[in-house]
Design a protein around this ligand. Structure first.
Ligand SMILES: [Zn+2]
Length: 196
């Protein structure tokens, strides 16, 4: 449990971890804070966008849709491994998820199955949307997986969290399948190794 980093600290943490960052517009002040609280933060959530085309994907994640206004995450990780910062603060990425999962993330224990949607995740998770069609066939380039590993490790390092504080949307909200194409178990092992 921790207050969120400042936007400047967040930016520095990513850069210190070797992430290639692209700042998009007034990302520091683009958020949904008027709709609810942001923090305390407990973890990092990874998503796929189910889109194709890097520029279009970044635009969608910044602006959102009429039914789901942006920002839809904090950073968009495109296939080239660049991390496009589109918002900071409360973002529409996690939705409602399972309070048992949140408790496990806070305790950094093994995750239970997500079978309830009763808890506001946008308040408690940093979120990264990754450019991928999400069909299980669209490849995940090494540069993109490396960036997922680095952004996650950067945040965990700042907050003193372990790899267990990083989850996929599919582990949070019943019915979600993202990210699809690699496993969160494998990604957590990579993050654990990086944090050693
Ligand atoms: Zn998602």
């Amino acid at each position: 449990m921790a207050p969120p980093m400042s936007a400047s600290r967040f930016l520095d943490a990513l850069k210190d971890e070797g992430v290639t960052v692209v700042e998009v517009g007034d990302w520091r002040h683009h958020n949904r804070n008027h709709k609810g609280p942001w923090g305390p933060v407990h973890g990092v959530m990874i998503h796929h966008t189910a889109t194709s085309g890097s520029q279009r994907t970044v635009e969608i994640c910044r602006d959102g849709y009429a039914s789901l206004p942006g920002p839809l995450c904090h950073g968009v990780i495109t296939k080239d491994g660049h991390v496009h910062l589109v918002g900071y603060g409360r973002a529409n990425h996690a939705g409602l998820g399972d309070d048992d999962v949140l408790r496990a993330v806070i305790a950094e224990k093994a995750l239970p199955a997500d079978n309830e949607a009763n808890t506001d995740g946008n308040r408690h998770f940093y979120g990264f949307e990754c450019e991928n069609r999400g069909n299980g066939e669209d490849p995940w380039p090494d540069a993109q997986l490396d960036a997922i590993e680095r952004v996650s490790a950067a945040i965990c390092r700042h907050h003193g969290w372990t790899h267990r504080s990083v989850i996929g949307h599919l582990e949070w909200q019943p019915g979600k399948i993202d990210p699809k194409g690699f496993t969160m178990k494998t990604m957590r092992e990579r993050i654990e190794e990086r944090l050693k």
